[in-house]
Design a protein around this ligand. Structure first.
Ligand SMILES: Nc1ncnc2c1ncn2[C@@H]1O[C@H](COP(=O)(O)OP(=O)(O)OP(=O)(O)O)[C@@H](O)[C@H]1O
Length: 191
């Protein structure tokens, strides 16, 4: 199943033959993914501050650098162009030390990431967060359904090796603290 809130132009299959060679990186790259509102950006910003790793918010890049093919009224978001996004990120990710923040993960070359984190939030908590953002009822419903059906977790499991995909709860400030500390520790152990 595809993620409802993220229409993507697919002009190619996953770039398995990416130019990136993991062994050439001094620092690892982390993908932080999850349904919108699960807390990716909150976690990534703090993690970047603590570790000096570069936080790449893909949604912001798509808007700022026009890595899309226009606005989709039905899905209420930009239609992301995966080729443009991967081209724009490739050089940075090649260097390592990147934390990539996006609500989908299957468009990226598998070898880009050494760890893939999927944040998960209880339905009622996610509903409240998205309502506070002023999302339409349709958009809230679509996102909460995605979370219930574990669409992003499934996508991550299908796209990356099982051993590098970790599901973490993201409901409370205690969860945020714990997740942050685990990732800081992981980065320190892998640099
Ligand atoms: N662990 C947490 N506990 C409580 N509140 C949280 C937690 N994580 C994030 N939040 C709050 O939830 C809201 C959504 O968080 P955030 O913007 O980080 O989510 P996101 O997954 O990056 O969303 P999007 O994909 O739409 O950018 C914010 O108001 C944030 O303060």
């Amino acid at each position: 199943m595809k993620f409802h809130t993220m229409p993507v132009i697919r002009s190619h299959e996953k770039r398995e033959n990416s130019l990136i060679n993991m062994s050439s990186r001094d620092k690892p790259n982390i993908m932080i993914t999850g349904t919108p509102g699960t807390g990716k950006t909150s976690l990534c910003e703090q993690l970047a501050r603590e570790t000096g790793f570069r936080h790449i918010n893909v949604g912001d890049w798509v808007k700022e650098k026009s890595l899309h093919s226009g606005w989709d009224d039905d899905f209420e978001c930009f239609v992301l162009d995966d080729d443009k996004v991967c081209d724009a990120l490739e050089e940075l990710v090649e260097e390592g030390g990147c934390i990539v923040d996006h609500h989908g993960c299957d468009m990226f070359p598998e070898r880009w990431f050494d760890l893939v984190i999927v944040l998960q939030t209880d339905n009622s908590t996610l509903f409240d967060r998205l309502q506070r953002r002023g999302y339409s009822q349709k958009k809230i419903q679509e996102n909460v359904e995605c979370e219930i059906m574990m669409v992003v977790a499934e996508e991550a499991r299908e796209s990356y090796k099982e051993e590098i995909v970790k599901l973490l709860p993201s409901n409370t400030s205690e969860d945020l603290e714990r997740n942050l500390q685990q990732l800081v520790d992981w980065i320190r152990a892998n640099t």
